[in-house]
Design a protein around this ligand. Structure first.
Ligand code: ZN
Length: 419
């Protein structure tokens, strides 16, 4: 089996443009019972004691294991953060290239209401940045999970019921990434991404430079399959993704028809679960959203994440002083106060929250006096600095969404330079 698998890797490494994703090959070697909604399948996961709330923003704490053999492979914090930002934009459909979604697919494009944050509490309860760096003697890794174990030159994963483990390393050949499927053994649970296909800045290589390898692999981690079901005109089990003959690569022109297209719109090659270039992808569908979110329902594979509080630094020992008393879990409806300063502002504007755990994952939107949206972003930390010195002077409004009632703040931009 090992020889066959290595042959696969060699084949893809040298005969193809790049192997966008090795999840199919991996899952053939490591089959699992994919847990489905309503408790179908066998769950060995501890339940968190509550079900998903209707359309709540689901927060997934992430730990990044960077395994480096060369300095280049030891990617910067900035590169890691760029990936988290890009993930949140893609999963909340705040990506700037939604305009490229073809009109016939726009109505089914989804904001999944799933967000990601770097863990602030490690498994021992200590403060962490959520980024682990470890030198390895391995110059590269096959898609065989060696990177997931310290005993084979990798780094042991953290508790997979509370953390999404992401290993960033030098995958062999041209393989960009792979993921386990829900229901796999806990010690292997997570995704693996090649260091130069991770994030949107730093040591990244076009056309895989918009963080979509990670968006795609987390799609698998949340139970999604490739659009073509890894078979000729196969099925991914999602009702609103059209059938397509096989994978697409590069960036086709819309519409791209295949032998099994059911209408003139053809393939949904801009979906994150195809193999097209990063710049070509821009959407998940409503059906994919439902499939991913169903995994968080009571009794299903990712339910325990609803109770994971490891992005709340107030639960950590040895970290920055908590701004509020420790809490049992992330409560997205917690009372929240926002301070904006300076006001009036000149160039940079700081938006600070009273409670880090309550603000991460919420959406900040900046509007001008006419109600035009200037910018929006997912808040990643307690304090966010907006660099908006180029804006004309006048009155602006900041809106923080995700509360029972949105928080709105009035701001005044003045010309000149603040010191
Ligand atoms: Zn894939």
């Amino acid at each position: 089996m090992k020889i066959t698998f290595t042959f696969f890797l060699l084949f893809f490494a040298f005969c193809a443009k790049a192997q966008r994703c090795a999840t199919s090959e991996y899952s053939r070697l490591h089959p699992v019972t994919l847990m489905r909604p309503s408790g179908a399948g066998v769950s060995s996961t501890k339940t968190a004691g509550r079900d998903t709330l209707n359309n709540e923003v689901i927060i997934i704490p992430v730990v990044i294991h960077i395994l480096y053999n060369t300095n280049d492979q030891n990617i910067s914090d900035k590169q890691v953060l760029s990936q988290i930002t890009s993930l949140n934009n893609d999963y909340r459909r705040l990506n700037t290239d939604t305009v490229n979604t073809p009109a016939p697919f726009k109505s089914i494009a989804a904001d999944t209401r799933i967000v990601f944050c770097l863990a602030k509490v490690d498994p021992e309860g200590n403060y962490t940045t959520g980024i682990i760096r470890k030198y390895t003697h391995e110059s590269n890794f096959l898609s065989d999970d060696a990177m997931k174990f310290s005993s084979s030159g990798g780094d042991d994963g953290w508790d997979a019921s509370r953390y999404l483990n992401i290993w960033v390393c030098n995958l062999f050949g041209r393989t960009l990434g792979y993921s386990t499927l829900p229901g796999c053994p806990a010690e292997r649970d997570g995704i693996v991404i090649k260091y130069n296909a991770f994030g949107t800045t730093g040591l990244i290589t076009a056309p895989y430079n918009k963080g979509r390898t990670t968006t795609h692999e987390i799609g698998h981690w949340l139970g999604l399959r490739h659009l073509w079901g890894d078979a000729n005109c196969g099925d991914d089990g999602i009702a609103d993704t059209p059938p397509q003959e096989t994978s697409n690569s590069y960036c086709p022109v819309f519409p791209h028809l295949s032998s099994c297209s059911i209408n003139s719109y053809g393939d949904m090659f801009m979906d994150y679960m195809d193999f097209t270039d990063d710049a070509c992808m821009n959407m998940f569908t409503q059906g994919q959203k439902s499939e991913m979110r169903s995994l968080f329902a009571l009794g299903n594979a990712r339910n325990s994440f609803l109770n994971s509080s490891v992005c709340d630094s107030s639960n950590a020992q040895g970290g920055p002083l908590p701004s509020t008393p420790p809490k049992d879990s992330i409560t997205i409806s917690a009372p929240l106060t926002i301070t904006t300063y300076p006001n009036p502002f000149y160039s940079d504007l700081t938006v600070a929250a009273s409670d880090e755990s309550a603000v991460i994952g919420k959406v900040l939107k900046l509007y001008n006096i006419t109600g035009k949206l200037i910018t929006s972003r997912i808040l990643q930390s307690q304090k966010t600095v907006l660099h908006i010195g180029e804006l004309p002077s006048g009155i602006y409004f900041i809106k923080i969404e995700g509360n029972k009632s949105p928080l709105v703040y009035k701001l005044i931009k003045q010309s000149g330079v603040s010191r």
